[in-house]
Design a protein around this ligand. Structure first.
Ligand SMILES: Nc1ncnc2c1ncn2[C@@H]1O[C@H](COP(=O)(O)OP(=O)(O)OP(=O)(O)O)[C@@H](O)[C@H]1O
Ligand SMILES: [Mg+2]
Length: 253
């Protein structure tokens, strides 16, 4: 049994008032940013939500609404500023793919390291190494440090590793733009299989069609808070009619 339970979750980012490059070049004691203190952005506001096995949640909302922040809190990348978060189950995050890579280490070494980080046992990783390498199609390039990879090569490796583990919970931020067109198609198929296997899916998307295809629940985030909860159809209808009326208002002004 896997679950995500969020009770009155808040996330505030601390923003330095003055972090200009010139300021950062000064000795720390003299920096304006240090002297004047910080300002904050309240990215998630009083989120109450529980998800259990079989729940497939779509998160929709405008740019800056807090969708990625929501995923980052569930993934444990940012601890909530206040509230209670309980997560049971192995999580795979398909966003910020670059997090957790050792730039000086080779592709092979990174497969091992990253696999361990994602909670696989050394035995499981050894068993999967060949398959991960084959899927990435990086061949000899796996023998060199990943700092020499092109961005497409890097994404191939990151995607191949992240989708090779068996998670209970999958956190997905839009479609991963994984390399060239052929690899993208292969990646999409692999992603669809993974989505079918996991117990809980949390999927941030701007595409209503994807929300209908993959999800059975939906929330609309606005200014960091949940504006509406329902089926993807209910929430998408309300969201679209709200966006249309805003658009009409703007064009008639
Ligand atoms: N690392 C950060 N430090 C400071 N503020 C941040 C950080 N990440 C996000 N924010 C702020 O938090 C708010 C929510 O951002 P978030 O990235 O969660 O939005 P989003 O809904 O994912 O937007 P988009 O659709 O553009 O991806 C925004 O006001 C943003 O400026
Ligand atoms: Mg985002």
């Amino acid at each position: 049994m896997s679950y995500i339970e969020m009770e009155n979750i808040n996330l505030e980012y601390q923003i330095l008032k003055d972090n200009s490059l010139k300021d950062l070049l000064l000795p720390r004691k003299k920096r304006l940013s240090v002297v004047t203190g910080a300002k904050s952005i309240h990215a998630l506001q009083n989120i109450n939500l529980s998800l259990y096995d079989g729940d497939r949640l779509a998160i929709i909302g405008h740019n800056g609404a807090g969708k990625s922040s929501f995923l980052k809190v569930v993934a444990g990348i940012y601890p909530p500023t206040s509230g209670a978060l309980k997560v049971e189950g192995r999580i795979a995050s398909l966003f910020e793919l670059a997090t957790g890579f050792e730039m000086e280490a080779t592709g092979w070494e990174n497969i091992k390291l990253r696999g361990l980080m994602l909670g696989e046992s050394p035995k499981e990783i050894s068993r999967k190494m060949k398959e991960i390498a084959e899927f990435s199609e990086l061949g000899e390039h796996l023998n060199i440090p990943v700092k020499y990879y092109s961005s497409g090569m890097f994404i191939r490796l990151a995607f191949s590793i992240s989708t090779a583990i068996e998670p209970d919970i999958l956190l997905l931020d839009e479609v991963v733009a994984a390399g060239d067109a052929r690899f993208l198609k292969k990646a999409q198929n692999r992603l669809n299989e993974l989505v079918d296997r996991v117990k809980i899916l949390v999927y941030v998307t701007h595409s209503m069609a994807s929300a209908f295809e993959f999800c059975n629940k939906c929330i609309w985030l606005e200014n960091g808070g949940i504006k509406m909860t329902g089926t993807p159809q209910e929430v998408a209808d309300a969201y679209i009619s709200n966006s249309n009326s805003l658009l009409n208002k703007e064009t008639h002004q």
